[in-house]
Write a protein that binds this ligand. Structure first.
Ligand SMILES: Nc1ncnc2c1ncn2[C@@H]1O[C@H](COP(=O)(O)OP(=O)(O)OP(=O)(O)O)[C@@H](O)[C@H]1O
Length: 600
């Protein structure tokens, strides 16, 4: 490593550590030695040992300032892609010059005394993937970070940041948290993928997933006041206008609601009346294959006691009527233990999935209450029902169609399974277990477990992230899962323990690449017997072994899976324990893969 870089590093550390006297000596950073070949502590280099790539300076009680000029000196800036300063007492701001460190991909400065604005040049760090500036004293508006397209981690909680949240492409973000700042305005589209806790503690913030809704009028008024001078008098009259319009809006809304109620009553009546005629007319228009005609039976039965479709909050199906569902072409996707699944195609290109539940001994009232309750519990890795229909004869649920298929398909379908590497598998395990822990916690008091957790009920969304589907549709009838259909307290907890069993089997599928049931062989029984015979290494998927996945990590996950499939439901761990174990394994894995620091 050339002299310029050595000097830059030492000067950077000196400014960071005004308290430490001779930091270069303390850390062993000595300009007569080479940072790479002589292995300066807390410095990592490229494979050829010619350039510095990572600085791990966390937890050193550093209390100086960040000298971007030294850090982003020409040569160092060309290779440095990880900077961790987490858990120190570094103060001052992050200078504008940081944007010269073009290769920076990971910035971890959590838990310091940094203050001031993030520099406006920050978005020029186009390679940035993970940013953690949480637990500092940063303030002011965020720069246009949404321009950084590859950002997967954005953690800025516990600062004093204000203004609006940039319009991120939330589909890329895996970790996101802005809680306990002074952010205001509408949470941008897609933000609702993250839990409410990611946004809490910002009094001015509104919109999904927070319960505080935005007053849509604000936008209208903002537009109207564009171009108006910003002096104070006008500002106050603007506020007065907002208030006035808000009142008018409320009055109009109340009036409209009254009209809508009348309209809705008429609509329900007209749907009921028109089902027979529309269905008869419609059925001749569609190609009638077996599934289609079966699907049509729904309407025939439903004519007896029909109610309208209940939409559970979704822009996709807003305005969708029960009759629309019936008159759209349908394709049979599968016939499971608990019902039949149809893919329904609409003229406007929307594709939905309708589950027709069979033989569920649950009253209509109970079914409706259950669906409404589940509509309130949202997690980005759980697929919500978009709407439901319930009559004496039919119980239908409407879901979004996921063209990327299920985890079952990914593991046991043909070529894709080859590309399903260990990092993705442990990622899937961590996401599912966290989502299940969330659902159990939210729905424990209502006694609603998943009831039928298995790899074909884990669907891959457009970002190939797993989503648990069909949550709470049925209580499993399988005694092995440990549940029963009676409503007693113990049978309720059995249902939750049944989900742990289901999760355990999914973990075994991820580890072995084998199906849960194959030619009468039960995967859990097989794995347990092989492990008992001390042939443990034999159970793992050969694809993982040939990829070079660490056997120690496979073993760690296997131990969790085996605990979950214990035949005695009471001996299984709680979902929180499972989620913690799996997430710890995943974190260890992430760290060892990228040699990232323990303190982000
Ligand atoms: N929303 C969806 N989008 C795309 N595919 C889906 C969707 N829901 C389910 N599937 C897939 O359709 C197939 C049939 O699903 P279905 O729920 O009927 O089967 P099952 O889960 O075996 O049945 P059951 O839940 O009654 O035991 C499965 O392969 C499943 O992965």
């Amino acid at each position: 490593v050339e002299e310029e870089t050595r000097n830059s590093l030492i000067s950077f550390l000196t400014k960071l550590s005004t308290n430490n006297g001779q930091p270069d000596l303390i850390l062993g950073w000595n300009s007569t030695l080479d940072p790479c070949k002589d292995s300066w502590p807390r410095v990592a280099c490229d494979r050829r040992n010619t350039s510095v790539t990572k600085l791990f300076l966390e937890g050193l009680n550093l209390n100086g300032t960040l000298d971007a000029t030294s850090l982003c000196s020409k040569r160092l800036a060309a290779s440095l892609y990880l900077l961790s300063l987490a858990g120190n007492n570094i103060g001052g701001g992050i200078p504008d010059g940081i944007s010269k460190c073009k290769q920076l991909t990971y910035i971890y400065v959590r838990g310091n005394q940094f203050s001031g604005n993030l520099p406006s040049s920050f978005p020029m760090l186009g390679n940035l993937k993970r940013l953690n500036i949480s637990n500092n004293k940063f303030s002011g508006n965020l720069p246009e970070l949404s321009r950084i397209s590859g950002l997967t981690m954005f953690l800025v909680q516990n600062n004093q940041l204000s203004g609006e949240i940039p319009k991120f492409d939330f589909s890329n973000l895996v970790q996101f948290e802005v809680s306990n700042n002074n952010f205001s305005g509408l949470i941008p589209d897609g933000g609702s993928r993250f839990p409410t806790s990611s946004f809490l503690g910002n009094p001015g913030l509104c919109g999904d997933p927070l319960s505080q809704k935005c007053v849509s009028l604000e936008e209208t008024v903002e537009n109207k006041s564009k171009g108006v001078s910003k002096d104070q008098i006008l500002m106050y009259s603007g506020y007065a206008l907002v208030f006035l319009m808000f009142i008018i809006f409320k009055v109009c809304k109340r009036k409209k609601r009254g009209e809508e109620r009348v309209e809705a009553a008429n609509k329900v009546a007209s749907i009921d009346d028109s089902i027979i005629s529309k269905h008869n007319a419609a059925s001749s228009e569609y190609k009638s294959d077996v599934s289609r005609s079966e699907y049509m039976e729904i309407s025939a039965e439903s004519q007896l006691v029909s109610t309208s479709l209940t939409v559970l909050e979704s822009p996709v199906v807003n305005g969708l009527k029960f009759e629309d569902l019936l008159s759209a072409p349908a394709e049979l996707l599968g016939r499971g233990k608990h019902g039949t699944l149809y893919k329904v195609l609409f003229e406007n290109g929307i594709v939905l999935v309708v589950k027709r539940i069979k033989d569920w001994a649950i009253s209509s009232t109970e079914f409706k209450q259950r669906m409404q309750r589940m509509g309130q519990v949202k997690h980005p890795n759980v697929m919500p029902a978009l709407a439901f229909y319930c009559s004496t004869y039919e119980k239908l649920l409407v879901y979004e169609y996921h063209p990327n298929g299920s985890l079952f398909g990914l593991l046991h379908g043909t070529p894709m399974s080859q590309a399903f590497d260990w990092a993705s598998r442990i990622g899937v395990a961590a996401s599912i277990s966290e989502a299940l822990a969330f659902m159990h916690q939210e729905l424990k008091d209502d006694g609603i477990a998943h009831g039928n957790l298995k790899s074909c009920n884990i669907l891959m969304n457009k970002n190939m992230e797993p989503c648990i589907s069909e949550y709470g549709l049925m209580t499993s009838l399988d005694s092995k899962y440990g549940s029963s259909l009676t409503g007693s307290e113990s049978s309720r907890s059995r249902a939750f323990q049944g989900d742990i069993y289901g999760l355990g089997v999914i973990l075994l599928e991820l580890l072995t690449g084998k199906m849960a049931q194959n030619s009468g062989v039960d995967l859990a029984d097989w794995v347990v017997s092989v492990v008992r015979e001390e042939w443990t290494a034999e159970v793992f998927d050969k694809v993982l072994i040939s990829e070079g996945a660490s056997e120690e990590r496979l073993l760690n996950l296997l131990q969790v899976a085996i605990k979950c499939v214990n035949n005695s439901p009471d001996a299984r761990p709680s979902i929180n324990q499972v989620a913690t174990m799996i997430n710890t394994l995943k974190d260890e894995d992430d760290r060892s893969m990228s040699f990232e620091p323990s303190l982000q």
